[in-house]
Design a protein around this ligand. Structure first.
Ligand code: GTP
Length: 377
């Protein structure tokens, strides 16, 4: 069985993290997100993977090459303009000659693909959609099931809850028979939810829903991206963690220097060659990428730092910097006396001068320098 992973989206909701780094390459506990998806697929014996790309394709292809180092066999297909989710699969039709999987490239899940495939075959389905229950159904495309879990109705983002008897939503993993693509127009923008799925239903094709309560998260917003990292740290989502354990709940890559009186409270994952200064505090859940430097006395709580982030200790009689609940991308420097708070996203190559206070989801675009004391809340 081959898998098509859709990775063409611009990831606008995750900006500015996606300005230079497409969503599949966002570090998720220090590995590109899509590597976790490869591991999940390989665990279920799926190794032939077609990546349907559009946005920043070179960043992905240069990192993964033919995929062999990662235990998979990758084929890249790039669209000139976005073709939409179903259009993107139609565009790779020549590679698909048997039952195949389609995955949205931004879903972290432990879904049992082996069981889903058995379900699909047993039902002789044309299409099986993985479904997951949600609490608030209004933001999603709902799927109503009938006998033997055959799909009866698609309901797109209902305004009112009247007549709604399902809380199952499309979980972004599908199994399809190749002939279903006959219903999709070639070289046209075409979506699964508003295009191919309703068309197949109208045509009376056997469509089924595979409901499960397996771990499931769409990492498409900064908050969800952060949650994905934390869920992996907490063991709620399956993943192989890099590094080796150095203390209870703390693992570190090679070459880290941790001051003896630094406080590290897990779950914490440090990349390689991180330096944690005297009296610094890292309070989990927290992830630091390779070569991060946390100055003496500085603190990092519930945050995700990418590579080479510097968090200043005290300097010129200013207090050490403190980070709480934020995401900071590569090569950014946080000055002394700064406080970086909840849901703040600081992009790559930024310099936040001393005594700035960034809070409440503020987002800083790449290569910005904030002079000292520019922003306070
Ligand atoms: P937002 O802009 O934040 O909504 O993110 P997105 O662009 O990724 O869109 P969305 O989350 O709705 O997309 C779901 C999945 O489909 C993601 O993995 C996207 O990469 C992928 N995707 C969306 N549109 C296209 C497309 O036109 N072509 C391809 N190849 N993939 C797409």
């Amino acid at each position: 069985v081959k898998a098509v992973i859709l990775v063409g989206g611009e990831g606008t909701r995750l900006r500015p993290l996606t300005c230079h780094c497409p969503k599949p390459m966002q570090p998720m506990v220090n590995r590109p997100f899509i590597e976790h998806v490869f591991t999940h697929l390989a665990r279920h014996g799926v190794r032939d993977i077609i990546l349907s790309m559009c946005y920043l394709p070179a960043v992905i292809a240069e990192h993964f090459g033919d995929g062999r180092r990662f235990g998979v066999n990758l084929t890249y297909v790039c669209e000139d303009t976005p073709l939409g989710t179903a259009g993107a699969v139609k565009n790779v039709e020549q590679h698909l000659d048997d039952t195949f999987l389609v995955l949205n490239g931004d879903i972290l899940t432990d879904l049992d693909l082996t069981a889903m495939l058995a379900f699909h075959r047993q039902r002789r389905a044309a299409l099986t959609i993985a479904l997951t229950p949600v609490e608030d159904v209004r933001a999603y495309g709902l799927v109503e099931l009938g006998e033997r879990r055959r799909i009866r109705r698609f309901i797109e983002k209902p305004q009112s809850l009247e007549g709604i008897t399902t809380n199952l939503v499309n979980a972004g993993t599908y199994i399809l028979e190749p002939y279903t693509l006959r219903y999709a127009p070639a070289n046209e923008f075409y979506m699964f939810e508003r295009g191919l799925f309703p068309t197949l239903l109208e045509q009376g094709e056997p469509l089924f829903g595979y409901a499960s309560d397996a771990y499931w998260l769409d990492i498409g917003t900064p908050q969800k991206y952060q949650q994905g990292n934390f869920d992996i740290l907490a063991g709620a989502a399956q993943a192989t963690l890099p590094g080796t354990p150095v203390a209870d709940g703390v693992s570190a890559g090679a070459g880290c220097q941790i001051a003896p009186d630094a406080h590290l409270i897990g779950p914490v994952v440090l990349g390689e060659r991180c330096q944690i200064g005297a009296g610094a505090r890292i309070v989990g859940p927290a992830v630091l990428g390779d070569d991060c430097v946390i100055g003496p006395g500085a603190s990092v709580e519930r945050s995700v730092l990418w590579q080479r982030v510097q968090v200043s200790g005290s300097a010129d009689q200013l207090a050490p910097a403190a980070l709480q609940g934020c995401v900071v991308a590569n090569d950014t420097v946080i000055g002394a006396g700064c406080f970086i708070g909840e849901q703040v996203v600081i992009s790559n190559h930024c310099v936040v001068g001393a005594e700035n206070r960034l809070d409440r989801g503020l987002r800083l675009w790449p290569h910005r320098s904030l002079p000292p004391k520019t922003i306070t809340f």
